[in-house]
Design a protein around this ligand. Structure first.
Ligand SMILES: Cc1cc2nc3c(=O)[nH]c(=O)nc-3n(C[C@H](O)[C@H](O)[C@H](O)COP(=O)(O)O)c2cc1C
Length: 398
């Protein structure tokens, strides 16, 4: 048996277990909680939740995080179970255990805050595909409406759309309508769910999107070797940890496939060429089967190089939230540039992050997917999935 140590990247909680009494179940009586709660482990290294026994627990608490101990002292089956659950680490060369050990080292060395690591890795999706239960946009629109009606039936109405705070003094504002181009662009920004499959996106438009959303517009350095970059979106510490992987399906003069955008020389590095149909299917898998987004002419995987941010914000409790905000800023800038160019755009965080990382050959612990956004010429037909916004508030009876 090899040496073992405990990972620091795991969380434990107590969850009530329920005594399943078939007679009460048939009578509709709620099951009663068991006298003893169940210990549940959340292993950051695997992103999995698992139940552990009291024997597991007593072994775990006796094994240190900061030093190897011989596994021979313990029940081999119990130790193997904890190793497989990603709660213990082994110094063995077995590939799976080596992989977990490397993930553990990467998480520690790249200064992840423990809560951020737990949130990111325990909520990362793989293999989610809405197409399994849905047949086209009309069906999805009908199902979404039915789900909203069910929510209202079960939970009542949502909080009001705009909060109105009453006060003894209020200041009325002029509300001047602005006509300068930036205001027009802002009001034209909207999410598109039907892209034009017949019309390719102009290379000139892709060039503008890359340059003005993800491009580098300047450098600054106060300390030798530490370089901040200027983009059209803000970034904590000017570090800009997010890089874009364009999935190109239909851009004139650019072969369909998976690319990385090299902002330093404003070029596209082709990682994998494939037919447009396959590239579109890949994009669909990345966005959990949302085919209406996958028809975009180009989709961008927003991948964070976590340590670029963590280098400064070491084990910082707000660092991860900052990176999610930065993904939001980049996608809003994409929407605005797209609106300016007369293109449609989208963003989603409903992504199969784990699958994206595997496909892009990213080590998810060091570089990981946060969101996917995209753009392209809109189709002229309307989508059943796009809400119609009007200037008038719909009548509401509460
Ligand atoms: C974080 C985030 C996630 C989103 N995810 C989805 C999504 O998974 N699917 C979708 O159809 N729209 C998604 N949207 C788009 C919103 O549905 C859209 O912004 C909203 O309907 C308002 O429409 P508008 O963008 O045209 O103003 C997302 C937007 C944001 C900001």
């Amino acid at each position: 048996m090899s040496n073992v140590r405990r990972t620091e990247h795991a969380f434990f909680s107590l969850e009530d277990d329920y005594v399943l009494d078939p007679v009460s179940l048939l009578q509709g009586i709620e099951p009663t909680p068991a006298a003893k709660a169940q210990i549940v482990a959340l292993a950051v290294l695997t992103g999995e939740r698992c139940e552990i026994s009291h024997e597991d627990w007593s072994v775990l608490v006796s094994i240190p995080v900061d030093g190897w101990v011989s596994g021979d002292r313990y029940d081999p089956a119990l130790i193997r179970g904890l190793l497989e659950k990603g709660l213990l680490l082994s110094d063995s060369s077995e590939p799976f255990f080596r992989e977990l050990r490397e993930r553990d080292e990467t998480l520690t060395e790249t200064a992840w805050h423990p809560y951020a690591g737990l949130y990111h890795f325990a909520t990362r999706w793989s293999g989610i595909d809405i197409r399994e239960d849905i047949d086209g946009d009309e069906d999805l629109a009908a199902l979404t409406e039915a789900a909203v009606r069910e929510l209202v039936a079960e939970h009542g109405f949502p909080p009001t759309e705009l909060p109105h705070v009453r006060a003894t003094e209020t200041v009325s504002l002029p509300g001047r309508i602005r006509t300068e181009p930036i205001y027009r662009t802002l009001t034209e920004r909207r999410t598109t769910r039907v892209f034009d499959l017949e019309r390719p996106m102009a290379l000139d438009d892709l060039d503008a999107v890359l340059r003005y959303v993800f491009g580098c517009h300047g450098y600054a350095s106060r300390v030798e070797g530490v370089v901040c970059i200027k983009r059209t979106s803000p970034s904590g510490g000017g570090l800009h940890p997010i890089t874009a992987y364009p999935i190109i399906t239909n851009v004139e003069g650019v072969a369909p496939g998976v690319y990385h955008y090299n902002a330093d020389d404003h070029s596209l590095a082709l990682l994998s060429a494939m037919p447009a149909k396959e590239t579109r299917e890949l994009a669909a898998q990345f966005v959990c089967g949302q085919e209406y987004f996958a028809t975009a002419h180009v989709s961008f995987v927003l991948a964070a190089r976590f340590y670029r941010n963590h280098w400064k914000y070491r084990r910082h409790p707000r660092a991860y939230a900052g990176m999610l905000m930065e993904a939001g800023h980049l996608s809003q800038t994409l929407y605005l540039i797209a609106a300016e160019l007369g293109l449609g755009a989208y963003v989603t965080i409903a992504i199969n992050g784990a699958d994206i990382e595997t496909r892009l050959q990213l080590d998810g612990f060091d570089t990981g997917a946060l969101a996917v956004c995209g753009c392209g010429p809109r189709a002229s037909r309307a989508s059943a999935l796009e809400p119609k916004f009007t200037a008038r508030r719909p009548a509401v009876t509460r």
